[in-house]
Design a protein around this ligand. Structure first.
Ligand SMILES: CC(C)(COP(=O)(O)OP(=O)(O)OC[C@H]1O[C@@H](n2cnc3c(N)ncnc32)[C@H](O)[C@@H]1OP(=O)(O)O)[C@@H](O)C(=O)NCCC(=O)NCCS
Length: 215
């Protein structure tokens, strides 16, 4: 246990045994924070895009929010987004691209998880210049039973501390613009909105320098 949230909820390091849970939680929160199960025809692809690679490529910043009924969320981070994206490009996507068929460029013909299949074959690893002051990034998704208890705030504070201790000067997270709840959450915990008109909405926060953490 790394952080005890009370009520049987706690933070622990994610392991390879948690990859199915990382994918399942990603699916259950993958539609702007709501369950995307009804939209996807392949329940694994969201996780293979957005969560599992963190446990594989940056395991020291991959955590599970555990509960009496099992995994109830995750907290994922990458200290150096540009380096993480380079690792994704060379160590993660090539195998994924061999296993998944590109649905082609005509999005009017896409069904189910085809948008994810297309993204796997046409990833965008560029980091917008507006995020230069925030080199780290993170992801947090909690299942309904873990929400509204202060766990999100404490988990993000923990990630901020870990990143600051590793020397990071700032963190950003990408937010689906329709996810008003998440945007309100990030503003409540001190993040500011960084609009990148050509693609998406980010929230970001500068990190104060902190002493290194062992382990
Ligand atoms: C968004 C999420 C991580 C927030 O975690 P949480 O544990 O529910 O949030 P907390 O209980 O720690 O709340 C922290 C603060 O944010 C505020 N907040 C949280 N959700 C809010 C909402 N929907 N509207 C307004 N404020 C909200 C709380 O009021 C609290 O403020 P306070 O500490 O000043 O009282 C969690 O609800 C979640 O995983 N949702 C579904 C998936 C998702 O949208 N993830 C984000 C993807 S970018």
């Amino acid at each position: 246990m790394i952080v005890d949230f009370g009520g049987g909820f706690f933070l622990r390091r994610a392991t390879a045994a948690d990859r199915a849970a990382l994918a399942a939680i990603c699916l259950k929160t993958g539609d702007a924070g709501k369950d995307a199960s009804g939209r996807e025809d392949d329940p694994e692809l969201l996780g293979l895009l957005y969560t599992v690679p963190y446990q594989v490529l940056e395991p020291e910043l991959a955590f599970i929010v555990d509960s009496p009924s099992g995994a109830a969320g995750y907290l994922l981070g990458a200290a150096d987004t540009a380096a993480f994206n380079a690792s994704l490009a060379s160590n993660w996507y090539p195998d994924l691209q061999r296993r998944v068929t590109d649905p082609g460029p005509d999005s009017s013909r896409w069904r189910g998880s085809d948008w994810a299949r297309h993204r796997i074959h046409h990833p965008d690893f560029a980091v917008p210049p507006a995020l230069a002051a925030y080199p780290s990034h993170g992801h947090i998704d909690l299942l309904p039973q873990a929400r509204g208890k202060g766990i999100g705030r404490r988990a993000m504070e923990f990630l901020d501390q870990r990143l600051a201790a590793s020397g990071s000067t700032g963190i950003h997270l990408e937010v689906t613009p329709q996810n008003d709840d998440a945007l309100r959450f990030y503003k409540a915990i001190g993040f500011e909105v960084v609009q990148v008109p050509t693609c998406c909405v980010y929230v970001a926060k500068r990190l104060a320098q902190a002493p290194a953490i062992a382990g």
